[in-house]
Ligand binder design. Structure first.
Ligand code: SF4
Length: 244
């Protein structure tokens, strides 16, 4: 995919951050139909290499054992194209969890979520509400990078989110912040725009959950930073109400 196509997709994704999927349904369909075509081609290999090892992750009681059990996962086609599996990073006893969408190019290279410019901005946002990055736990909906910066496909998220739920089950955070529309709609199972999701407090399996912009989108749209600031201020207050 060339640079101008990438730029166009990023611009569409930014608009979706605000307006949600509805306005862009026809664009989505065109883009994702192509991607589905690629995935379907790869899936025959995936099913041949799949085995039952990965069904055993539900009995894991620590993050390390979970990581060891799942880090060679091939449940979806992204297992074949990834460079590194991106499990998650941070304090295993964190009260705060940050959930993003999926690894990007740099994360795929390093095996760590939220590195590079977007990662630095996330660290700065956390600092602004008095959290060190090391205090929180950061993970993504998907553990492997979707190629060409495309959004995760529903089937990929269905395969991968049980791993995230297991991480949450082990960490037992008090509050969760979803960054970006894809993470939010997937985690909350709500097909709404970011505008509608932001500012609300949801409860997912008893854990208070809020939504804000993805740092990568903030880098491209600095005028959204004010809204993010308001979101994280509210998020911090909820955290304090649960921990003080
Ligand atoms: S994205 Fe998730 S389900 Fe797909 S191969 Fe990677 S770890 Fe497995």
């Amino acid at each position: 995919m060339n640079d101008s196509t990438n730029l166009m997709i990023e611009a569409i994704k930014d608009q979706k951050e605000i307006f949600g999927d509805n306005l862009f349904e026809s664009v989505n369909l065109k883009i994702e139909n192509n991607l589905v075509h690629n995935i379907v081609k790869e899936e025959s290999n995936f099913y041949m290499s799949s085995n039952s090892l990965f069904e055993n992750f539900s009995s894991c009681t620590t993050l390390d054992s979970l990581n060891e059990t799942i880090n060679e996962c091939q449940k979806c086609a992204l297992g074949k194209s990834r460079t590194k599996f991106v499990f998650g990073v941070g304090n295993p006893n964190a009260d705060v969890m940050i959930i993003g969408e999926a690894p990007g190019a740099e994360e795929d290279k390093q095996g760590i979520p939220f590195v590079g410019r977007a990662g630095k901005l996330l660290t700065d946002i956390l600092k602004a509400i008095n959290f060190d990055r090391e205090d929180v736990y950061i993970a993504n909906i998907l553990k492997c990078r979707p190629p060409d910066n495309r959004n995760p496909l529903p089937a990929e998220m269905d395969e991968c989110t049980p791993y995230l739920y297991k991480q949450i089950d082990i960490i037992k955070p008090k509050v969760i912040l979803c960054v970006g529309l894809v993470a939010a709609t997937s985690f909350l199972k709500k097909k709404e725009s970011l505008t509608k999701l932001r500012g609300n407090v949801y409860e997912v399996n008893g854990v208070k959950t809020m939504v804000t912009y993805h740092p990568a989108a903030l880098l491209r749209n600095p005028n959204w930073k004010r809204g993010c600031w308001e979101d994280v201020q509210k998020f911090k207050k909820i955290y304090e109400s649960l921990t003080n």
